[in-house]
Design a protein around this ligand. Sequence first.
Ligand code: HEM
Length: 385
Amino acid sequence: MIGFPLGATTTLAELASDPHPRLARLRAHEPVSWLPELNGWLVTRRDLALDVMRDAETFTVDDPRFSTAQVVGPSMLSLDGDEHTRHREPFTAPFRPREVRDGFSEFIERETDRLVTALEPAGAAELRRGFAGPLAVAVVTEALGLVGAGTDTVLSWYDAIVRTVSDLTAGRTAGPAGPEAYAELRTAVEATVAKEGTTSLLTSAADRLALPEVASNAAVLMFGGIETTEAMITNALLHLLRHPDQLALIQADSALLDGAIEESLRLEPGAAVVDRYATRDITLGPASIHEGDLVTVSLTGANRDPAVFPDPDRFDVRRANARLQLAFAHGPHYCLAAHLARLETRIALRHLLDRLPALRLDPAHPTAPYGLVFRKPPTLHVLWG
Ligand code: HEM
């Protein structure tokens, strides 16, 4: 594809390590660019990103190349149109703002308290694996309400399925662990739905969907809720600990905590990109897209668009329009559990900052966000006391 010199020299390695300078140049000069390494288009301007995510008829998720669907079957994440609505509707009720508050606050408070109490005496910890990850798994396990499956089981399924999806995405042949884990999840879904007297998200979904469909969507909830929430909490902590002036602002006025969370989602969305496939030839900005082309939306690029966010690289917990960030996507696939993820992160940060007031980064373990699709610091070593 000629006419996209910046795209031609953009590497996936660069986008995984420090993407922001390159995304800024792409946004300014090639807001829809052809990246040979991606074998697809990359959209970096916010208005064009919205155009793509709003128009599911032209830019669909429903394509055989979508690797998650290859492992867990069709689900709300891999369908569009009426089929998408049919799969998504049965799961929406518990994730509305009021239902989230009433249904999850107490559990998250208790779980966070337990995790911080276990960490507190040591005076030091690695908070990604030691705090954010376990909290994310516990909340998803609670949300699914599977009979006979605790956090360890859910985590082992999750690890196996993620490995298989990554293998398929990278063009490697995948071993049997992913399909085996998915089969166990399906059995647990069936047992949950069959057990009389249980009310769970899954039992009510089973009134409207066939069992294999319930299982596929349960896998997507598990998928959607672990990696991304771990990233959301870890990234927010890193932003605050790197900016003591901003941390001092929220310590003086806890009402600013929500602004800090939105601002962190804006600067480093835990899911950096979403993929779509063109269903027809179409012109988007400077690009002539062909039917079948991969169109990747860079949420990270859109979130630093200076047309909407002045001084876009600055972490500013008082930024008035930070909520216009697109970390939870937009349009029909807008994250089903955004309110839950926000509640979880708010409670997690409040407990850590209240109970470990001298919390600071450990200078012996420097860290930075990393990742092409899911972005977060690989480790977050901190000290207190
Ligand atoms: C409890 C935590 C979470 C759960 C259970 C969850 C679940 C889901 C589900 C089921 C979908 C598919 C919706 C659909 O296709 O109609 C979705 C979409 C999405 N979620 Fe979440 N999510 C969680 C947290 C997060 C977090 C923390 C982020 C980012 C920081 C995030 C980012 C996204 C994005 C970008 C999409 C759209 C994918 C696309 O358009 O292709 N999610 N989520």
